[in-house]
Design a protein around this ligand. Structure first.
Ligand code: NAD
Length: 377
């Protein structure tokens, strides 16, 4: 028996949905690989971009057939009218995640019974304004039997899943969690990353993946214990000054409103252990660097460069014959975006929300954590 074809639509024809040079993400290409889809619409404000993206996709000998019926719209309500099975919302958070007219996409799709894959972060509103909206989305999902998956793809990463497996097998509690995310900024092609009002800032927008992993690997965080230090462009020492910001991305942003150059935060998990996060904006080029260390009594797990194909999980364990010895695990064929999207389509086909590792209500807790870090200075 062949799988049922899933009618899908995209909101946004930008980098996350259709890729761009130098970035590993591109949902459309992964969905094409998975197959069993019929793309019925692309909603995009920039008509020229949408037309060019669609032309490129249609011209593929192998995958062009998925776009035969695809129409271009400017308003997401036109896509709702086509009643797709699922929609992939990949527009910046300032345009969604809110009761405001035209920004309540998740809610409108859920109320129409259409399954939703939505990117992080869930909003840019302060949590006290956002949480009633999150509740309305979750309530609509329950009422209409709608599955929402949020784009925390690292929850599907083979290295992260191995870490969770090893922690469980070792037993005991995580004592320490430390994540580092170094943003490569000198060729950052998206101006909105530099605008905190628009993106939410580096923790809400980028390091959110690592806050989410702290919650996924260890436990929820006691947000009252969070403390954060920031190094800003306006720091009198001048240590936060950046000389290589591309294309005048910050010229129209006042120094005190520019994104923090370094964010260092620490907290206590509800499970008892301690966590730290460092985000910096200093690396040249486009290659980010990221690492996660987790320690339990007698076990250390270091996930080195989870964004890269040659990612390593380095393990030191009391259970090894030689306690000073590292054991390395590699995951050369892993593609967490592919697993994430494949899992979402399977969940939709089988009407089984339990397959999804990042639900809307759970991701709302990560959103709250990132705002607590942003504010706890
Ligand atoms: N999970 C990941 O690894 C990952 C990676 C990259 C981006 N993202 C997320 O994806 C989202 C989009 O980022 P991007 O890099 O694709 O941005 P982008 O600027 O490349 O593309 C966004 C597109 O959305 C369009 N748009 C804006 N408002 C719209 C609306 N109301 N209706 C229709 N189209 C609209 C814009 O015209 C633009 O073309 C962000 O939330 C970002 O955080 C996630």
């Amino acid at each position: 028996m062949t799988d049922r074809v899933i009618k899908i639509g995209f909101i946004g024809a930008g980098a996350i949905n259709f890729g761009r040079s130098h970035v590993p993400w591109d949902h459309a290409s992964r969905l094409e690989q998975i197959g069993g889809i019929d793309v019925v619409g692309i909603v995009e404000l920039d008509e020229k971009l949408a037309t060019s993206v669609l032309q490129t996709r249609k011209s593929s000998a192998k995958y062009g057939c998925f776009y035969r019926n695809c129409k271009i719209f400017k308003n997401f309500k036109d896509l709702i009218a086509l009643k797709p099975d699922a929609v992939f919302i990949g527009i910046p958070p300032a345009f969604r995640g809110s009761f405001s007219e035209g920004k309540d996409l998740e809610l409108q799709f859920a109320r129409a019974g259409i399954h939703v894959f939505v990117e992080k972060p869930l909003s840019v509103l302060p949590p006290e304004e956002y949480l009633p909206y999150a509740k309305a989305v979750s309530d609509a999902c329950k009422e209409k039997n709608v599955i929402v998956s949020v784009g925390y793809m690292f929850r599907y990463h083979a290295g992260i899943l191995k870490m969770k497996e090893l922690i469980k097998a070792h037993g005991g509690k995580v004592m320490a969690f430390n994540a580092r995310y170094y943003f490569a900024y000198t060729k950052a092609i998206n101006k909105y990353w530099f605008n905190e009002d628009f993106s939410g800032g580096p923790i809400v927008e980028q390091a959110t993946h690592f806050c989410d992993l702290a919650r996924f690997i260890v436990s929820d965080v006691d947000t009252d214990t969070i403390h954060t230090l920031l190094l800003k462009d306006s720091d009198p020492s001048n240590a936060g000054h950046l000389a290589y910001v591309p294309e005048q991305a910050e010229d129209d942003i006042a120094p005190q409103k520019r994104i923090p150059r370094v964010t260092m935060s620490h907290w206590r998990f509800k499970d008892g252990g301690l966590g730290t996060l460092m985000h910096s904006v200093a690396l040249p080029g486009t290659r980010y660097e990221a690492n996660i260390d987790v320690q339990l009594d007698g076990l250390k797990l270091s996930l080195i460069e989870p964004y890269e194909k040659d990612c390593i999980l380095r393990v030191r364990s009391i259970k090894n014959d030689e306690a000073n010895q590292d054991q390395d695990f590699t995951f050369p064929s892993d593609d967490s975006y592919l697993t994430e999207l494949g899992t979402f389509l399977t969940a939709v086909r089988n009407n089984d929300p339990s397959l999804v590792k990042s639900s809307y209500s759970d991701a709302a807790l990560t959103y709250q954590m990132t705002w607590s870090i942003r504010r706890a200075t």
